[in-house]
Design a protein around this ligand. Structure first.
Ligand SMILES: Nc1nc2c(c(=O)[nH]1)N[C@H]1C(S)=C(S)[C@@H](COP(=O)(O)OP(=O)(O)OC[C@H]3O[C@@H](n4cnc5c(=O)[nH]c(N)nc54)[C@H](O)[C@@H]3O)O[C@H]1N2
Ligand SMILES: Nc1nc2c(c(=O)[nH]1)N[C@H]1C(S)=C(S)[C@@H](COP(=O)(O)OP(=O)(O)OC[C@H]3O[C@@H](n4cnc5c(=O)[nH]c(N)nc54)[C@H](O)[C@@H]3O)O[C@H]1N2
Ligand code: SF4
Ligand SMILES: [Mo]
Length: 762
């Protein structure tokens, strides 16, 4: 437990949030785009950025309980990027493909907004402007390919209506190839929770979270990625509750955070967040939770009566805990028995515990085990099925959960499958669809002809950028629907034709849409307009409905009618479980919680109504020897580390807004965060430039930044680092282990130390 944790470097701030937030708001407000920014903030539509889901019903600043001041600077960042002027006419005419490929993520984004359709033909060096009729001719011809050879990829920023149409189009054509960014993100949570509780999303509403007196926050950098969650943690601490943080990196904003929502009590001095901070070995969270469970068992704190009434399979888990030694647990996770017992005691004493997690849990080869180990701990301590307690995956993209609800998934729930079969009047294909990794593999093997990407950056989000480029290059036609250019449009090119098609973003779409937050709350987004003059944009719903009409006409439904988003909502209400009220939302304007997701009683949608405890084996976490990467040369020092690939403060996924991350003391993106003891052990020095060698490639001249990261671990920024890593995946959900990438860090010895490889402690 690091009560004395200090920030990474003297120059780093000693808290998250605080003054830089006010400064950021002021700069944005005073910029030429300031007035339009404020108009957008006050527009009734959900925030574009994360799935916490601020905005909507009560004006742009309130959460679903109507509380004010619930917009963060990340939201401003996202809006400001959308308010950029159009990419100037000359850019695509004059800049050749090799020039466009030189652009960094930030430079690509800063080209501006896409405002007309673009086509890149095989053998050509420039994107050229085309008209929508030509676009539809190309798209129609491409999607007439055999159903198993067409696919889609999507990123959860579009609306529920677009998501629903996307899956209906593919499924009606006979394809289940609906890859989605959630395959790279929270798929382990969906699959893991479904198996235990019969429902794959958060069971905690905002209201319920506000009744908890303990939050266990695992593998989440919420100060950067879900800033408004910090308000809830501050309030919880203010009412005497505790926050247990589990993270190999001591993120400064998880120690202390200054929130503008509390100008007097928190803003400048900062509020204490973590009451306890556990710093485990990356990838060892299952061991941490087995340790907490064992401690609960030994303290007599397991709620046996609760388990007997509301769960099954728990007896086998108690046996596993008895036979698993403390030594095995503590050597795997690197946390002492005493710390685990102390933490378990805090959990046992709390009245209501919410377990919340993000990518530090899911991005592992055993991501599903991690999720289920958390769910089991919640069950053993009686913290499910009542207000103020439960499991809460913190979702990523602003509507990624809505995409899952709408059926954009390769694991369609039976209930929805039957409803769709009834709607279409025929059975859906039983051929399993490609998830994101399977899609790349299939494309690489020449089994995909046509791909439609509804948002995102498929090239940039995948591991092994070279492999991703080669694989996409074997697809005949790729359509990218996007608001802004990104590196994927220049590197993820199809064999014959690549189209980049400009769409309205959420606050511009000329018709009403809906989205779903990570806490199952359905938001209504009112129609808007774009600031782009003479732009030739399309709504995603209009695009998908027209493509479907051209391909299928009125077979088996009247696709032309789906141009009307209200009619799409009627079909959603009819076929998506828990979404009944959406059919009337045009009249009622009433936002709602998806039915059947929030459990305020311990009765679950499993066949028996009980939760099903799943056994979670201790992970095996050996790292390869340096020789696996070719070893060290004479005069070099180095060591093999478990690399966490994560987001910096100033980026949204593959899109970088700011070059550095002051909170971690990383001044630019070509840096690696390392523990001082590791540096000392292998003779490398702070700020030295080193080679970071992964299984798919190496990055040279990377600057070492010493910081508060666990020994044996390192951290670098995605997406740049994706060129060096291969994907080990969790075979049950296809999610890559982005948070435990084996790498060899090597460079000339610069501190008087014996040369050669050092072994980091586990
Ligand atoms: N501003 C901003 N907001 C975003 C995004 C963004 O890019 N920018 N992206 C959105 C999306 S799609 C997502 S998925 C979320 C991502 O939100 P996060 O999951 O918070 O993002 P990551 O940067 O991946 O960081 C994960 C955290 O997990 C920790 N971690 C790494 N390995 C382990 C481990 O083995 N165990 C534990 N316990 N912790 C570990 C890291 O140190 C880090 O603090 O944010 C969403 N919101
Ligand atoms: N190494 C490593 N790799 C990772 C991760 C990691 O932590 N480490 N994280 C993974 C995770 S959690 C995720 S979710 C993925 C993210 O992967 P993606 O979701 O594929 O990538 P994004 O960068 O979010 O996509 C951004 C693009 O979406 C487009 N866009 C924005 N708004 C809209 C809209 O309203 N409509 C349309 N059509 N397009 C829009 C813009 O063109 C923008 O450039 O990356 C994964 N990859
Ligand atoms: S916490 Fe997330 S949803 Fe809320 S304003 Fe910030 S980025 Fe938007
Ligand atoms: Mo994500």
């Amino acid at each position: 437990m690091s009560d004395d944790a200090s920030p990474a470097d003297a120059a780093t701030p000693d808290q998250g949030g605080g003054w830089p937030l006010i400064d950021g708001w002021a700069k944005a407000t005073l910029s030429p785009r300031g007035p339009k920014l404020w108009q957008t903030l006050n527009h009734r539509s959900a925030c574009l950025s994360c799935a916490w889901g601020t905005g909507g019903q009560h004006g742009g600043f309130r959460d679903e309980l109507g509380e004010p001041l619930q917009r963060c600077l990340k939201s401003v960042e996202a809006i400001m990027a959308e308010l950029q002027p159009a990419v100037s006419e000359g850019v695509f005419g004059t800049r050749s493909l090799p020039e466009l490929q030189q652009l960094s993520s930030m430079e690509a984004d800063r080209l501006g907004r896409l405002s007309y359709p673009l086509l890149l033909r095989e053998g050509h060096n420039h994107y050229e402007r085309i008209g929508w009729d030509d676009v539809f001719d190309i798209a129609e011809a491409a999607f007439r390919a055999p159903p198993e050879r067409v696919a889609s990829y999507s990123s959860g920023r579009s609306s529920n209506e677009a998501a629903y149409l996307l899956q209906l189009l593919l499924r009606a054509m006979g394809s289940n190839n609906l890859a989605d960014c959630s395959d790279l993100c929270h798929a382990p949570s969906t699959v893991g929770l479904n198996a235990v509780f019969g429902s794959g999303t958060s069971m905690v509403s905002l209201e319920s979270l506000q009744q908890a007196d303990c939050v266990v926050l695992v593998g989440s950098n919420a100060p950067a990625n879900h800033p408004r969650l910090m308000n809830e943690l501050i309030k919880l601490r203010q009412r005497g509750g505790s926050v247990i943080v589990i993270n190999p990196v001591i993120e400064v904003g998880l120690l202390k955070f200054g929130s503008p929502a509390f100008p007097l009590t928190s803003m400048l001095g900062g509020s204490e967040i973590a009451s306890l901070f556990l710093q485990p070995v990356p990838g060892s969270d299952t061991a941490v939770f087995l340790g907490l469970q064992k401690a609960l068992l030994e303290a007599g704190a397991v709620k046996r009566d609760f388990l007997a009434a509301h769960a099954e399979g728990w007896e086998a888990l108690l046996k596993q805990l008895e036979v698993t030694s403390w030594e095995a647990i503590t050597t795997t996770c690197g946390i002492s028995r005493q710390e685990l017992e102390h933490t378990a005691n805090v959990i046992a004493r709390a009245r209501g515990v919410v377990f919340a997690w993000a990518m530090g849990i899911t991005h592992h080869a055993n991501g599903i085990d991690n999720v289920q180990a958390i769910a089991n701990t919640a069950l053993l301590s009686g913290n499910v099925g009542r207000p103020g307690a439960g499991t809460m995956p913190i979702r990523g993209h602003s509507n990624v959960q809505g995409f899952g609800s709408m059926g954009v998934t390769v694991k369609l729930r039976q209930e929805m499958q039957q409803a769709l079969e009834q709607l279409l009047g025929r059975p859906l294909s039983r051929v399993p669809g490609y998830d994101t990794r399977a899609l790349i593999e299939a494309a690489g093997a020449g089994r995909v002809d046509s791909l439609l990407c509804l948002g995102g950056n498929l090239w940039g989000a995948n591991p092994d950028a070279t492999e991703a480029r080669r694989a996409l290059g074997r697809i005949d036609t790729i359509l990218y629907l996007a608001t802004k250019p990104n590196q994927g449009h220049f590197h993820g090119l199809a064999a014959r034709q690549t189209l980049v098609l400009p769409v309205f973003n959420r606050f511009e779409t000329p018709h009403r849409t809906t989205t779903e937050s990570g806490n199952n709350y359905v938001r209504l987004n009112e129609p808007g307009s774009t600031h782009l003059r003479h732009a030739d944009l399309i709504s995603e719903v209009a695009f998908l409905a027209e493509l479907a009409r051209r391909l299928m006409g009125t077979d088996p439904i009247d696709w032309g009618r789906l141009q009307d988003p209200s009619y799409v909502r009627v079909l959603i209400g009819r076929t998506v479980p828990g979404y009944g009220p959406i059919a009337r939302i045009d009249a009622t304007r009433a936002e709602f919680s998806v039915e059947g997701r929030l459990f305020e009683r311990p009765h679950f949608p499993t066949p028996s109504g009980r939760a099903k405890v799943a056994l979670t084996p201790l992970p095996e976490l050996a790292l390869p020897a340096p020789e696996h990467f070719g070893g060290l040369t004479p005069g070099e020092g180095g060591l093999v580390l478990a690399l966490i690939t994560a987001r910096s403060y100033g980026q949204h996924n593959t899109v970088v807004y700011q070059p550095g991350d002051s909170y971690r003391g990383m001044p630019h993106r070509h840096t690696i965060l390392m523990n001082r003891a590791d540096l000392h052990r292998c003779g490398l020095a702070a700020h030295q430039r080193v080679t970071v060698q992964g299984e798919a490639g190496a990055l040279e001249q990377v600057e070492i930044i010493p910081g508060e990261i666990r020994e044996g671990a390192a951290l670098m920024f995605y997406p740049e680092v994706n060129v060096i890593m291969k994907a080990v995946i969790d075979p049950r959900c296809g999610t890559p282990a982005f948070k435990r990438v084996p790498v060899l860090v090597r460079g000339p010895v610069s501190v008087t130390q014996p040369t050669g490889a050092a072994q980091p402690p586990r």
